[in-house]
Design a protein. Structure first.
Length: 442
């Protein structure tokens, strides 16, 4: 149990943008936590030897990175790693009597929840399986809501009324959306325009070190639609998967989510504010299967609304992206009405993962369920199941993460009518140690 007094997140005062490292007063508690943080980084790297997906990014001391990789977990390794986690948790708990600053409180809670996720990951590497909800609660500090098939059927009924034609809604959805696929030869210029606009709008509100940069690569044969590989020093490689058709709305979605104000900005601000300014080593590593991912995915999804409030997105796409893609924009409003309804089916992916991982549906049944209730094409559904097989319950981080971030920002005063406060709160989430459980505290 975390016994340090948890101060209201909304009252956190951020570090000044111009503050130098030598101006920060390092408390006795911070010194002790720095020692634990270094051990945490090395622990995550050690776990990563047995699962290469676990370490999503690392830009700490090169000499800490293990030479050995892709090892097979055995009982001896399991015992050793599990004991390391227990030791670090005990060391953290021994600091509970210290008086903590606001930022130290957040840091303490962050490290504690990250270590609990490490404990779960070690158990999973040892072949122990857990229920979907137990897995998500420990890895991501949340339990995803559950929805009945009827919930999705009601949304599909609404789509049935507005999609052209009659008959199978999934097939009509696919047929309708074909008119909005970005031709392959135009994809690069459309995506470049999207990410440049996302970057411009983000930098109007958030300062990132001037050396920040990124490159874009187009790849195939991946289970995901796009990925941000953060390299440190404020640089990212953004990969876009072209296995499946890329629809016009995905240009902004991917550019904002992977780039600005999404993963690239999130990782850059954590490196700048915490790893570099404060010397907090735990922010030189990103453990993928951990509470940090829900914050990362949630802010990346919600960030789309931050930079394109109201009708600004559809206006930009009709005026800029549709022409660049060579698409007819005359039905853009109807397209987004369809897309907005389809987005309400997002938790169908969570339900599919829950049923599949809990053994209530086999692979074929899961694909068919996604076609019916998520209105995916069979190819897209098959790709989604491949994602579940590789990343398991990670799928909850997108929809639930977005909803938690949106609820916290709105309840803290960051409404659409108070844009300045909204951006202040959003930047706070990107710049400080956060946990999903912390967002639900009022």
């Amino acid at each position: 149990m975390i016994r340090i007094f948890l101060i209201s997140l909304a009252s956190l005062v951020l570090l000044s943008c111009g503050q130098r490292r030598d101006e920060i007063v390092v408390s006795d508690l911070e010194i002790k936590m720095n020692i634990i943080a270094e051990k945490y980084v090395k622990l995550v790297l050690d776990i990563g030897k047995y699962d290469p997906d676990f370490v999503d990014a690392y830009y700490g001391p090169p000499e800490w990175k293990p030479v050995e990789q892709n090892l097979t977990s055995d009982s001896a390794a399991h015992v050793m790693l599990s004991a390391e986690v227990d030791t670090l948790l005990s060391e953290l708990e021994s600091l509970a009597s210290y008086k903590a600053s606001e930022l130290e409180t957040l840091r303490y809670r962050y490290l504690y929840k990250q270590l609990l996720a490490c404990k779960m990951k070690v158990e999973m590497l040892n072949g122990i399986t857990f229920s979907f909800d137990t897995e998500t609660k420990t890895l991501y500090d949340v339990t995803a809501p559950s929805f009945s098939d009827t919930h999705f059927e009601k949304i599909i009924d609404e789509l049935d009324k507005i999609l052209p034609g009659s008959g199978n809604v999934s097939e009509r959805m696919e047929l309708f959306k074909k008119n909005f696929v970005i031709p392959g030869e135009n994809l690069e210029r459309v995506f470049n325009a999207a990410i440049n606009e996302c970057r411009r709008r983000t930098l109007e509100h958030i300062y990132i070190p001037e050396s920040e940069n990124f490159k874009v690569e187009y790849v195939k044969n991946q289970p995901w639609g796009a990925y941000n590989w953060y390299k440190g020093n404020y640089f990212s490689t953004i990969q876009v998967n072209t296995d499946l058709p890329v629809y016009i709305d995905r240009a902004i979605d991917l550019a904002a989510h992977e780039g600005y104000p999404g993963h690239h900005v999130y990782n850059s601000l954590l490196e700048w504010n915490l790893a570099n300014k404060r010397g907090w080593k735990e922010f030189t590593i990103y453990a993928l299967f951990s509470p940090q991912s829900l914050i990362a995915e949630g802010t990346a999804n919600y960030g789309i609304k931050m930079i394109f409030p109201g009708n600004e997105r559809i206006k930009f796409e009709k005026e800029v992206l549709f022409p660049l893609a060579g698409l007819d924009s005359s039905e853009a409003e109807k397209y987004y009405k369809v897309i907005d309804l389809q987005d309400k089916l997002s938790y169908a992916g969570t339900e599919a993962a829950r049923k599949y991982l809990d053994g209530r549906m086999n692979r074929l049944q899961t694909v068919e369920w996604l076609v019916r209730y998520a209105l995916r094409t069979k190819e897209s559904a098959d790709k989604y199941v491949s994602f579940i097989e590789k990343y398991r319950s990670y799928v909850i981080n997108y929809s639930l993460g977005n909803d938690l971030v949106e609820a916290w920002i709105n309840s803290s005063g960051g409404t659409e009518q108070n844009e300045e406060k909204r951006w202040q709160l959003f930047e706070q989430l990107l710049s400080t140690p956060q946990t999903p459980g912390g967002l639900t505290k009022r």
